[in-house]
Ligand binder design. Structure first.
Ligand code: SF4
Length: 906
């Protein structure tokens, strides 16, 4: 059979891994890591490895809709163009806004930004990247005069010390984490310190973990600066020549450090001292940070205190050194390059700079140019809420789930006169509020470029012919612009046209005054663009594409005097001042290993759903005891803005007083698990990035009277489940798994489930099995059609005990032998199929029980030994940190059963 190979880029995180997709004649796709791509050198994590499984058409938006009615593209574009024209004419440019995504390609971003700032004359375009790394952008600009990431991934392999701050790299950027761990294996002296309030999977693999109080980072890094000065480790020559405002910064740092730093941070003084000494004794230091730093009311200050320590020691611009912001999204960097945020112009030019305004307007030949910042994400939805924004176009993102105070976002969109949503998926929580839905091309069908966290620009290529009737985002926006009469600026024929223009603008009157310059790409032919290999910026006209370049090696920065600016920062008080008797716990939100954003893609992969298949809240056992919560209970987590229902996972990864919940689950996948409905709209005053990781909440056991586990071949509409207070669904092979808890008694829940799941089939089963124990409140049902299991429902008056890893395969089995069917009601595998426990390695389907057994009975006391015996961790490697965590725990408790993530309810 003929196959075709396409080199493309993973659409998930800011590592930006190269992918080779192999497509056969039948259209089947297999993916592998691209060994030639400099970011990943052939590796992919669990999410990247499962990309081919997400190419289904089942959940796709495939038809333009206006007011829920299918229309042609012609009608849809006319409708949008005329509605926007009318809104602009009646209410002015600031009445219109775009809210876009770090998932967009650079070419999409460029066109949207150009239309907004050059033709509409407003800067009301912001991105979900505001939620991810805006504090880094602002911190970079304050320190360097430009939004520049100084270093590259190789620095992580050349460093002697890596500080991972507010970054669960092992789960959120797994391939980069594996590069670090591979280097650690080659060079054990490489020292890794994790700074995080939680003991994450990353902390498990680190040499030292500092579980600081939330938002303690500014105090920690101010104290570090004061210590480095005291030890004579500040580089006076470097400071003299290349750095401004050192004295004021030091005075502020010393004044903060005069207090009881260790106590405020919640650290043992000896641990803090050991941290200081490690940084003092390792000149080749990289400080890598992400959302734990950025998503804070003091996010920008955190970034600057980190940068301050590097500037004071001259640990920047040289191999193995530097502050390093790693982005969450695949093209957050590309968005910044085109100016796709409300606070930027284009090509790293400034909105407030009149020379830049003139340059961009002349280049675009546009009727307008935005000259003041537009509304940032949270403020933008407040403006929709208060009616000052009358029309919003949301592209490739799901703000009803991901923006803080998410219920307010929903109310705002409900009341907004015009909501246009361009998306790949038909049924997101945001799409439910759209007047106009426009089907966009997804990964695998679209074509353009993305930039990863180390400034490497790579092609994202179509690996199959686009489905009829879906269009590239740049095409949709350009078509609307042309219908609005802006033909001159938007007659692009292909993505390459846009990229060349973007590259030319980056070089326009640049002469080294701006960091972002890819002028060499302005003359690429279409064929050269098609074949473009990954390259790093800057790539100036006349130069060959090069290996990664470190910025600031010469000590020159993009400020007026060429010096970097140290920033005096008054340290934030660690903890949360809003805690009260009603809201006594600090909620930290984040990601899990195998899900991405609001699960619009990964949520449909059975393999990715084996790892953590339910929305959960991690609680320290001490807090659980205080609140009468047991493992696997359903817990109400609430703030003044709303409440959620989540599965309790007791874990000493949490510090007492703090809880953690992932932000992925939406109304598509659970009854009430939208964690951003709890988060208030507090933002950093400089970057306007929301503080998503430190919310005062209550936790309370939900007094469910019944629990259920249901396997079924089809999903049931959310509207049919109002009487089931807690439910979550996740895909399994050939169907769906539901977990439920309700206020109904078990008998009533069983009756409801029977009616719901039978009704949705509209067929008659040919055999039903049941096993009821009314007195014990336990009911079990299995329904078959032919040789296929149709439904398995187990209801109990307590959390259902069942081997999930065994049950998830049941819909794939042949049940023609009726004598075997009764074993279903036992709720566990037969003796010849031992229970695997909760799945840790999703590539080889290896569970905790197997790993525990390998450690206890086969002396597998290292991750490698487990890999040799069970294969776990030997493919994508994303579970290696978790394997290490199990090894660590079991080595202390070899005589008793070790546990991991009980929320998975093995
Ligand atoms: Fe994709 Fe994983 Fe690489 Fe991130 S680390 S780009 S999610 S394969």
């Amino acid at each position: 059979m003929n196959t075709q190979q396409v080199q493309t880029t993973c659409p998930y995180c800011g590592v930006g891994c190269g992918v080779v997709a192999t497509v056969d004649e039948a259209g089947s796709v297999a993916v592998a890591g691209d060994t030639h791509h400099p970011a990943n050198l052939g590796k992919l994590c669990s999410k990247g490895s499962a990309l081919a499984e997400t190419l289904t058409l089942k959940h796709r938006l495939l038809q333009p809709l206006v007011n829920e009615q299918p229309v042609s593209w012609f009608e849809a574009l006319d409708h949008v163009a005329s509605a926007l024209t009318q809104t602009l004419a009646t209410h002015g440019p600031d009445s219109v806004a775009f809210y876009v995504s770090g998932q967009l390609l650079t070419e999409d971003y460029y066109v949207i930004n150009k239309l907004t700032k050059g033709w509409f004359g407003t800067a009301n375009i912001d991105s979900n990247s505001r939620l991810c790394m805006a504090s880094s952008v602002t911190g970079h600009k304050r320190a360097f005069g430009s939004d520049t990431v100084p270093g590259c991934y190789e620095d992580l392999e050349q460093a002697d010390l890596i500080l991972l701050v507010g970054s669960n790299l092992a789960w959120c950027h797994p391939v980069l984490y594996q590069r670090i761990m591979a280097e650690k294996q080659r060079r054990p002296a490489l020292f890794i310190i994790a700074i995080d309030p939680r003991r994450t999977a990353t902390a498990d693999m680190a040499d030292m973990h500092l579980p600081i109080q939330p938002d303690g980072d500014t105090l920690l890094f101010n104290a570090l600066l004061a210590y480095l000065f005291e030890q004579g480790l500040c580089d006076e020559n470097y400071i003299q020549t290349h750095v401004g405002d050192f004295e004021n910064t030091l005075v502020q740092a010393q004044s903060d450090s005069a207090c009881e730093v260790a106590e405020q941070l919640g650290l043992e003084p000896a641990l803090l001292q050991a941290f200081f000494e490690k940084v003092a004794s390792h000149s080749r230091t990289v400080t890598l940070y992400s959302q734990g730093v950025n998503q804070s009311s003091s996010g920008t200050d955190k970034v600057n205190t980190i940068i301050n320590t590097h500037l004071a020691t001259g640990r920047i611009g040289v191999p193995g050194c530097g502050p390093f912001s790693i982005t969450g999204q695949p093209n957050a960097m590309g968005g910044r390059e085109v100016g796709g945020l409300a606070t930027m112009l284009a090509a790293h030019m400034e909105l407030h700079d009149q020379q830049h305004q003139r340059l961009v307007q002349n280049f675009w030949q546009s009727p307008h140019i935005a000259s003041k910042p537009g509304l940032c994400a949270v403020d933008m939805f407040e403006a929709v809420n208060n009616g000052s924004i009358k029309a919003i176009w949301i592209i490739g993102t799901n703000p009803v789930d991901s923006v803080p105070d998410a219920n307010r976002v929903a109310r705002a969109l409900d009341a907004c006169p015009l909501v246009i949503v361009s998306d790949v998926c038909a049924n997101t929580d945001t799409a439910a509020y759209a007047n106009v839905l426009l089907p966009a091309q997804p990964w695998g069908e679209k074509d353009g470029t993305v930039t990863n966290s180390e400034r490497c620009i790579s092609r994202q290529r179509a690996i199959r012919k686009p489905v009829d009737n879906v269009r590239p985002d740049w095409w949709i926006v350009s078509a609307v612009a042309c219908r609005m009469g802006f033909t001159a600026g938007f007659t692009y024929q292909c993505a390459a046209d846009i990229f060349r223009e973007h590259a030319a603008l980056s070089a326009k009157d640049n002469d080294g005054t701006r960091d972002f310059d890819i002028g060499a790409a302005a003359s690429l032919s279409n064929i050269q663009y098609d074949n473009l290999a990954p390259f790093y910026w800057p790539w100036k006209s006349g130069n060959a594409p090069s290996k990664p370049i470190r910025f600031f090696a010469s000590g020159h920065f993009f400020t007026a005097d060429g010096k970097a600016c140290m920033k005096p920062v008054k340290a934030a008080t660690p903890g949360n001042a809003s805690l009260s008797n009603h809201y006594p716990m600090m909620l930290n939100t984040g990601r899990i290993r195998d899900q991405w954003h609001t699960m619009t893609r990964t949520g449909f992969s059975p393999r990715l759903s084996t790892h953590l298949g339910e929305p959960f809240v991690e609680i320290h056992p001490q807090d659980a005891l205080i609140h009468g919560i047991q493992d696997a209970d359903i817990v109400s987590v609430g703030s003044p803005l709303g409440s959620t229902l989540l599965r309790a996972s007791l874990s000493n990864r949490q510090t007492p007083g703090q809880v953690y919940a992932p932000m992925h689950w939406t109304d598509v996948f659970a009854s009430r698990a939208r964690v951003d409905t709890l988060i208030s709209s507090v933002t950093d005053p400089y970057s306007r990035q929301p503080a998503s990781k430190n919310q005062a909440v209550f936790i309370q056991r939900y007094e469910a009277r019944s629990f259920a586990y249901v396997l079924h071949r089809r999903a049931v509409a959310r509207q049919l489940l109002p009487d089931i207070q807690y439910w979550s669904k996740s895909p399994v092979e050939n169907g769906w798994r539901y977990e439920m808890a309700s206020a109904l008694d078990p008998h009533a829940l069983q009756a409801l489930i029977t009616s719901l799941f039978s009704a949705s089939d509209n067929t008659v089963d040919d055999q039903s099995l049941s096993c009821d124990d009314e007195a014990a409140g336990k009911f079990k049902r299995a329904q078959f059609i032919g040789s296929q299991l149709q439904t398995l429902a187990i209801v109990a008056n307590e959390p259902v005990e069942l081997s999930r890893s065994w049950a998830q395969q049941l819909l794939t089995e042949n049940w023609a032998d009726k004598s075997q069917r009764y074993r279903l009601l036992a709720g566990r595998a037969s003796a010849d199929q031992p229970d695997k426990g909760a799945i840790v390695c999703s590539c080889f389907n290896v569970g905790t029980t197997q790993i525990e057994e390998a450690i206890e009975h086969h002396h597998c006391h290292t991750v490698s030994a487990i890999g040799e015996r069970l294969q776990a961790g030997t493919n994508c490697g994303s579970c290696r940190s978790e394997l290490q965590g199990i090894v660590n725990r079991c080595s202390h408790t070899l005589n008793r059963k070790c546990t991991t993530s009980p929320s998975r309810m093995t």
